[in-house]
Design a protein around this ligand. Structure first.
Ligand SMILES: [Cu+2]
Length: 614
């Protein structure tokens, strides 16, 4: 172990190096001060090529599982809009999965006892309430990643639901078509919960997208590919992530929960919705023929985190970091009777992930020899992307760094409650944030809740073509990368998280918050209705197993109906159009200022039935 004196010496030596580090002009003074005092640990991690740690598995032995589609349990009328709200229930519970034929089954804990959890598919504009029931081992909090949910439904890390509790999450789904995903976000144990199964896909289907003629049919020609990377113990059980405080790379690559699966396909076009749900591993994906593995095959990227790109981008590899979603179309028509492999490259200029014997392989596609008619197509134009209005300068600069063994943002971790709100953005403002990884020893995929952002600049390799013509909610900071992103901070006010999505980093403690504050000039008495992510009105509630199994107490159709209608009467989403108009008006009238706490309190108690006076 390094002696304390030697450590101090190292820190001092490095501190000298840090002085004069890039601090963007125009950022708040306290932010500049915090940035200049950040002292980073010296990078001591390099990507390694290692022999496998898990027991051996033969590749491409089992078929790709398709996560089941979640079924709507009740359709409940929204008493304000008259429209339906789709109500789902997902139970967090243990189950087993036989990964190794001759070893023990792995015990997992996932949504409805599957991993990935059931895929929720809702049409654009269809509100939903998902009741999560915790019959697992530990506390959970559920984040619908990519959804502009109100703060109490956003999976704030401290808004926990303990075993024996349930919570109703209300989602707006007004966005354009895209693949979101729901996953655990509980304080300090997000990695372990996600690792053991708490993640699933959530698709907003969009008629505008359907009209394009892309390959369709969930599980048929429109296929989710949820990637994860894990280690197994010698007895076949899943190795815990507990105790890991740097990264859990994993040596077994899974797709939809199955290690290195195969998938039988027809010689035609398929749409694949790729999500990297690993704890730490990032991918650089490419396709080859099994018979010619040195030649990469072209494919088209059609969508990213926030849905369709402006137009398809043809590539021969795709960098997909943790939590990023990319949708691609691969055309198997030229490969009838052959097999195609999806592989993973390791770009040493960008990545620091450790490699193992088979982490360069992902899955195999077995292409049928029988010709088929394929009427699907990939149009040259996909959509007009709703970019935020252009802005200039840098509003905030956030350095993602390691200091004294802690993963932090500008010297702060999430447990530093007094200092963790790093930005107070006036509601509806467009801001440019500079996100920085000044280390060559690690990389960080950064996720900002609530907003879709445009990646406008990256040093070094630049903005990838498939990043620049769509909107994102995660951006990957590779080695020594600085990225600028631009977002419109609305439509809601409230406290939201932003963090590294390497879940080991996130838990230890590379996460902070931003507060979208109210405006003085908006002219309505909206106090704190949905701004507080731990508002007790929407917190998890206890239940008894007998009520759950016999559908009594909070589980009768009537009580569920009443509860969902109670949520809807508070109108978390139904006044979206008015809100957006009011925000636009306020900003057009000049520079709105934040509303003070005193002013917010003048209006008296929080009204139970909020009304905007626009
Ligand atoms: Cu990180």
């Amino acid at each position: 172990m390094l002696s304390k004196i030697a450590r101090v010496g190292l820190v001092l030596a490095f501190a000298t190096q840090c002085l004069g580090q890039n601090v963007s002009p125009g950022i708040p003074a306290e932010e500049a001060a915090a940035l200049s005092s950040v002292v980073e640990d010296e990078p001591d991690m390099v990507a390694l090529r290692k022999g496998d740690e898990s027991p051996k598995l033969t590749l491409y032995q089992k078929a790709l599982p398709i996560p089941p589609q979640a079924q709507v349990k009740y359709k409940i009328t929204n008493p304000v809009t008259g429209k339906e709200i789709w109500y789902y229930e997902l139970e967090i519970k243990p189950f087993t999965q036989q990964i190794y034929p001759n070893l023990k089954a792995a015990r997992l804990v996932g949504y409805n006892g599957t991993s990935p959890g059931p895929t929720i598919i809702v049409p654009k504009g269809q509100e939903s309430v998902v009741r999560f029931i915790n019959n697992g081992d530990r506390e959970s909090s559920v984040h619908l990643h990519g959804s502009p949910s109100r703060a109490p439904f956003d999976g704030w890390a401290e808004d926990e639901m303990f075993p024996g509790q349930y919570k109703d999450y209300y989602y707006p789904n007004y966005q354009s078509g895209r693949m979101l995903w729901y996953h655990d976000h509980a304080l300090g144990i997000t990695a372990e919960n996600a690792h053991f199964g708490q993640a699933g896909a959530y698709v907003v289907a969009d008629a505008a997208e359907d009209a394009l003629g892309l390959p369709t049919g969930y599980g048929k020609y429109d296929i989710p590919l949820v990637l994860t990377s894990k280690y197994y113990n010698s007895d076949g059980t899943l190795r815990s992530s507990k105790g890991e405080d740097q990264s859990l790379w994993g040596d077994v690559i899974h797709v939809n929960g199955q290690p290195w699966p195969f998938f039988n396909v027809e010689p035609r076009k398929y749409r694949f919705r790729i999500l990297d749900a690993s704890l730490s591993r990032n991918f650089d994906l490419f396709f080859v023929r099994s018979s010619a593995t040195s030649t990469r095959l072209p494919f088209q990227v059609i969508a990213s985190d926030a849905g369709l790109l402006e137009r398809p981008v043809q590539v021969t590899d795709l960098k997909n970091a943790v939590a990023e979603r990319y949708e691609i179309v691969f055309d198997f028509s030229k490969f009838a009777g052959q097999s195609i492999e999806l592989r993973n490259d390791h770009d040493l200029d960008i990545m620091t992930d450790d490699d193992y014997d088979n982490t360069d392989k992902v899955m195999k596609f077995v292409v049928s020899g029988t010709a088929v008619t394929d009427t699907s197509k990939v149009p040259a134009a996909l959509r007009t992307v709703p970019y935020p209005p252009p802005s200039t300068g840098v509003d905030h600069q956030f350095r993602f760094h390691r200091s004294n063994g802690e993963w932090q943002i500008n010297g702060v971790g999430f447990e530093d409650v007094a200092n963790r709100v790093l930005a107070k953005v006036p509601r509806g403002k467009v801001e440019i944030w500079e996100l920085e990884n000044s280390s060559g020893g690690w990389t960080h995929p950064i996720h900002v809740h609530l907003v879709d952002f445009k990646v406008i600049e990256r040093n070094g390799r630049g903005v990838e073509p498939y990043e620049s013509i769509g909107l994102k909610d995660v951006v990957w900071l590779g080695k020594n990368e600085v990225v600028k992103v631009e977002a419109h901070y609305g439509p809601w006010n409230g406290l939201y998280m932003f963090h590294c999505h390497n879940l080991i980093h996130e838990d230890h403690d590379m996460m902070a918050a931003f507060n979208v504050t109210q405006l003085t000039t908006l002219g309505y008495n909206e106090t704190t209705d949905f701004a507080d992510p731990v508002d007790p009105r929407w917190a998890a509630r206890p239940f008894t197993q007998s009520d759950f199994t016999s559908r009594s107490g909070p589980f009768t159709a009537q009580t569920i109906n009443d509860r969902v209608q109670q949520l809807a009467r508070e109108q978390p989403y139904s006044e979206l159009d008015q809100v957006e108009q009011a925000l636009e008006q306020a900003w057009a009238n000049g520079t709105p200022t934040k509303r003070s706490v005193e002013e917010c309190q003048k209006g008296g108690p929080v009204p139970r039935y909020r009304r905007f006076q626009v």
